[in-house]
Each structure stands twice: as structure tokens, then as C-alpha cells.
Design a protein around this ligand. Structure first.
Ligand code: NAX
Length: 332
């Protein structure tokens, strides 16, 4: 019999979740494991999940196990292997009469949610649970959650895979190399416009970007702003934030964690710094990660950053530090 995996998804009635949840049980993300789902929403909309569950039942997913929904996160968290924390208030919506555009507003509104969810994950999640925070501001929400959970054996991550996929797409278009031959696409720092997508250590058909891309004007005037501002560009066009691409990135993060990383490659996510690459300890920082054969996830440590890269990376580290300062009352 196949083994089982229990996955908790918050924000389950939201737009990312609508694209994400069916693909958790389609037999691809978790291979042949049976996937039990526990879907979580706020009380005002939790009943909408009945309809989503109907659709899942009607979709013929042989790998789908038990599906439950609730507005009680604690109840959902018991024995879970994976937590996909998508639920939060996105940029651009009107909340209590104010349009939420600023990161500082997002930090305040969303931070509180992650204290409660973190405590429940620490108490009731599996000891080796993996937690992927998608809801923005993702890095600092993850910092708050990890701190509240207080369990080092659990792995807290914030999603930067979407930024990495966006950067791969831009590089593929620029160089004419197929997107699946663009590897080791690292996002250093924060999932915010200060992120630094590493155009030098990326491997383009096996060769480093520092050899292939000899066009610093393109890097500074086109590549960096395109990747850093892509989320805003999607919002401006759709009137809603990235959804299907964000869902795909969450699935790709799970797949990257569940399977060994190929030699030379890495995947992007933010995890707690242990001081690697000079980042202050504890900050949830975007790093190049590798999944080893035994399933351990580690920071890839053998990369060199140019002075240009260090300068860009520092801007994002400084932002992460100021966000940590802004939520210090939520960090016990
Ligand atoms: P939606 O507004 O469509 O859905 C969010 C859902 O979360 C809502 O249904 C809401 O009721 C629910 N929710 C709020 N608080 C909750 C709580 N405490 N427990 C459970 N559910 C809760 O937003 P959507 O477009 O799905 O985006 C979700 C989050 O992802 C936003 O914060 C957004 O900014 C963030 N994003 C993160 C990305 C990343 O790369 N890390 C990219 C895409 C996206 O911008």
C-alpha cells in the first residue's frame, strides 16, 4: 500500500489555493502517496470550501485521501507533514477602509495570524513537518511562525520559487536557451522588490551566467527590475495578484524538497540563516538550497558573490532586518 502524507492548506478559498489544491492530489507532486488534505479558512468564508470539496470529489483523483475543512487551524494541524500557509491579506485589497499597498501595513495585519498558527504547528505538527509560507510578507511571516513554533526539527520556509521561475523565464528569452536548461537560479534575500536574482551563478546550458551574459546594462536596466517588479506588473494588469504561477511555484517547492537535487543545481526558498553568506542569524533569507539523498535540506555554500552581487544582496538583508525590528513584539 502507498504511504500517506497529510497536507494543511490555509487560505483554501482564495485564488492561489484554487489552482494549488487539485494539483496536490493529482499524483505528481507527492508521487504515488495518498494525500490527505485539511483545508483551512476564516469563519466568514469557510462554508465555501464545501463547494471546493465537491469539485475535488468530482475530479477523479485516485491519489486523494481524506479531505476535511475547518476554520480551526489547531484542529487541522494534528500530525500534519506539510503546511502550506497561503492565507493572508494580499496587497492591493481594501481592508477596514484602507487600500493595503505598503509592506508595513501587511506586516501588522498578517503578523498576528502567524503567531497562532506557529504555536499550533510546534505543538501538533509532525516533528519533521515542512512549512511553506506563501502569504505575504512571506519571509517575516515565516520568521514569526518559526519563532512561535519553537521546534528546530521542523523546517520553515518562505516561498521565493516564483521569483526564481520568473527569472529563469527572462533569462531563457534573453539567451534563447530552453527554460529547463536554466539551473541554479538563486533568489537572495527577501521576497520583495529588494530581492537579488543572481545573474552570475545561474547556469545557462551548463555555463555560468557570468560567462554568458556580458551586458551589465541589460542586467541593471531590464533583468533586475523585470523580475523584482513582476508581481506588481501582474497585479496592475489582472487587478489581482499572481495565482496560477504562485500555485505552480508552491508545488515546485514541494517537489524540490521531496526529491534529491541534481548535481550543480539548487532550488530557491528562504530559510532561517545560520550565518551563511554573512546573513545575520535567524533572518528568513532567500538562499540556494539542496535536498540531499537522505532528504536533508541544506544551504549550498560553495558559491562566490561578486562585489555587485554583495551590494544588491545587502539591500535585501537590510530590509529583512528592518522587518524583524518592526515585528519584534511578535517574537518572544
Ligand atoms: P486571496 O485573497 O484570493 O486568498 C487569501 C485567502 O486567505 C482568503 O480566502 C482569506 O479568507 C484567507 N485567509 C486570510 N486569513 C486567513 C487565516 N488566518 N487562516 C486561513 N485563511 C485565511 O489571496 P491569494 O491571491 O490566494 O494570495 C494569498 C497570499 O499569497 C497573499 O498574501 C499574496 O500576497 C501572497 N503571494 C505570495 C507570493 C510569493 O511568491 N510568496 C506570490 C503570489 C502572492 O502574491
Amino acid at each position: 500500500m502507498s504511504s500517506r502524507v497529510k497536507v494543511v492548506v490555509t487560505g483554501a478559498a482564495g485564488q492561489i489555493a484554487y489552482s494549488l489544491i487539485p494539483r496536490l492530489v493529482d499524483g505528481r507532486t507527492f508521487g504515488d502517496k495518498i494525500v490527505d488534505l485539511y483545508l483551512v479558512e476564516i469563519p466568514q468564508v469557510v462554508n465555501k470550501l464545501e463547494g471546493l470539496v465537491m469539485e475535488l470529489e468530482d475530479s477523479f483523483f485516485p491519489n486523494m485521501g481524506d479531505v476535511k475543512y475547518t476554520d480551526n487551524f489547531e484542529e487541522a494541524s494534528h500530525g500534519a507533514d506539510w503546511f502550506l500557509l497561503v492565507g493572508s491579506i494580499p496587497r492591493g485589497i481594501v481592508y477596514e477602509g484602507k487600500k493595503i499597498e505598503e509592506r508595513s501595513d501587511l506586516l501588522k495585519i498578517n503578523g498576528g495570524i502567524f503567531v497562532n498558527q506557529g504555536e499550533a504547528i510546534g505543538k501538533y505538527g509532525k516533528d519533521n513537518a515542512k512549512i511553506l509560507v506563501v502569504g505575504n510578507p512571506a519571509n517575516t511571516n515565516a520568521l514569526i511562525g518559526k519563532n512561535a513554533a519553537g521546534k528546530e526539527s521542523q523546517l520553515w520556509m518562505a516561498m521565493t520559487m516564483l521569483d526564481s521561475s520568473r527569472a529563469k523565464s527572462v533569462i531563457s528569452k534573453k539567451t534563447g536557451v530552453e527554460i529547463n536548461k536554466v539551473k541554479n537560479m538563486i533568489i537572495w534575500g527577501n521576497h520583495s522588490p529588494t530581492m537579488y536574482p543572481d545573474v552570475e551563478n545561474v547556469l545557462i546550458d551548463g555555463k555560468p551566467g557570468s560567462e554568458i551574459i556580458n551586458d551589465m546594462n541589460w542586467v541593471t536596466e531590464s533583468f533586475l527590475p523585470t523580475v523584482q517588479q513582476r508581481g506588481k506588473a501582474v497585479i496592475d494588469s489582472r487587478g489581482a495578484s499572481s495565482a496560477t504561477s504562485a500555485a505552480k511555484a508552491a508545488l515546485d517547492t514541494i517537489i524540490a524538497c521531496e526529491n534529491p537535487t541534481e548535481d550543480g543545481d539548487s532550488f530557491s526558498a528562504a530559510i532561517a540563516s545560520d550565518g551563511a553568506y554573512g546573513v545575520p542569524e535567524g533572518l528568513m533569507c532567500g538562499y540556494p538550497l539542496m535536498t540531499l539523498q537522505d532528504g536533508t535540506i541544506e544551504i549550498k555554500r560553495d558559491l562566490t558573490l561578486s562585489e555587485f552581487a554583495k551590494e544588491k544582496f545587502k539591500i535585501s538583508i537590510d530590509e529583512l532586518e528592518s522587518e524583524r525590528e518592526a515585528v519584534k513584539n511578535l517574537l518572544k
